[in-house]
Ligand binder design. Structure first.
Ligand SMILES: Nc1nc2c(ncn2[C@@H]2O[C@H](COP(=O)(O)OP(=O)(O)OP(=O)(O)O)[C@@H](O)[C@H]2O)c(=O)[nH]1
Ligand SMILES: [Mg+2]
Length: 354
């Protein structure tokens, strides 16, 4: 791993669905890249296997969930060590492409003896994704503006303390930080199904507030000093990682003491959206690649070692071609226009003008 690659770090609580999102993303990303001259493919057999397994698992789950409230969640296949998913970004179909790596680390590493390892990783990561298990963030809402289980399961305090106390400003500067609420199906369907939305609430918009409160201290920190506020790009990009299943409620698992989420196939769902039909999973990647291209253009003037990869992204292309790729990507980038966060998409801080 080095600065010549695109490196993305994924942080988040255990079992929140990171690998599943990656699997869904892989299916969608190249559609979003059409017209940019860029393409992403899987680089190694292990990544292919892991993602295929995750996809099979979630599809099996969807089948089980068709029978209302019968399932017992089993904690299968937890990832215990750092995982690197290796992709290749090809430009204009030429050459061997640029390594594109997603590094997924267990949440506990932020507080234990692995801290130095995580710091070394972050040194080369242009984008940091904070994956959020949305039912834990949003349900059982408390006076704090986020759900009762958020602190325990999504580990916002550990993540915040790590940013504030273990990383230096230069470790964080110039990064894109994406808050990615996953498993948003229920809130998306409630918002968009008039029969269910008796209070006419926009849950996806409310989700932006829940993320803001749930990670308030971290967001304030990233906005607090000139060095960070003028260089860190921050956005909220929610995802429907599975599609046709909705969170229903939590149940306490007597054996482990953990709160387990119960899911079921939603009522009133358009038949085309039933089953495995993830949405927006490509967006964090579209954000990341837009950011890399914007930085690549800036790097033509001022060299920043974190973006050495820029040379590879630009190499062999005219300035005009890079601009066309960037414009095309920007059109695919889901963002809210005006004051309101459509589908929960919200750019909090945008110093580089992505
Ligand atoms: N209901 C539901 N289950 C999901 C969703 N995404 C993932 N899961 C399930 O949640 C479990 C954990 O998913 P993973 O994708 O392995 O989560 P992870 O964050 O990679 O887990 P670790 O790497 O072990 O921390 C699996 O059994 C998935 O099938 C989702 O959107 N909805
Ligand atoms: Mg995993």
């Amino acid at each position: 791993m080095n600065n010549q690659n695109v490196n993305i770090l994924m942080l988040g609580g255990k079992r929140c669905g990171k690998t599943t999102v990656l699997a869904s993303m892989c299916n969608e990303i190249n559609k979003a890249l059409a017209g940019t001259g860029m393409e992403i493919s899987i680089l190694d057999e292990r990544t292919r296997q892991d993602l295929a397994n995750a996809r099979i698992k979630i599809q099996q789950k969807l089948e089980i969930f068709k029978t209302p409230l019968t399932r017992i969640e089993m904690d299968d296949n937890p990832t215990s060590a750092q995982k690197t998913y290796s992709f290749r970004l090809t430009i204009n179909g030429k050459g061997t492409g640029i390594p594109f790596e997603m590094h997924d680390i267990p949440g506990e590493w932020l507080t234990d003896a692995h801290q130095e390892q995580v710091k070394a990783l972050i040194h080369n990561c242009q984008v940091i994704i904070i994956a959020i298990d949305t039912p834990y963030l949003f349900s059982k809402m408390t006076g704090k503006g986020y759900g009762a289980y958020h602190e325990e399961y999504n580990k916002p305090l550990e993540i915040t303390n790590f940013f504030k106390n273990s990383l230096s400003v230069s470790d964080i500067q110039d990064r894109m930080i994406l808050f990615v609420p996953i498993k948003c199906e229920r809130y998306y369907h409630l918002t968009n199904t008039p029969q269910l939305n008796v209070f006419n609430r926009n849950y996806m918009r409310e989700l932006v507030n829940a993320v803001s409160f749930g990670y308030q201290e971290l967001i304030l920190y990233l906005r607090s000093t000139q060095a960070l506020a003028s260089s860190c790009t921050i956005a909220i990009t929610p995802i429907l990682s599975a599609g046709g299943i909705d969170f229903v409620r939590f149940r306490k698992d007597e054996k482990t003491g953990r709160m387990v989420a119960l899911y079921q196939e939603p009522e009133f769902l358009d038949p085309r959206e039933r089953g495995y039909s993830p949405r927006f999973c490509e967006q964090p990647m579209v954000y990341a690649l837009t950011y890399i291209l914007v930085q690549a253009q800036l790097n033509m003037k001022v060299k920043n070692p974190l973006f050495q990869v820029s040379n590879n992204v630009i190499s062999g292309r005219s300035q005009n071609e890079v601009q066309v790729a960037l414009n095309t990507l920007r059109q695919k980038l889901k963002r809210s226009s005006g004051l309101y966060a459509q589908d929960g998409y919200f750019i909090i801080q945008n110093p580089r003008g992505i």
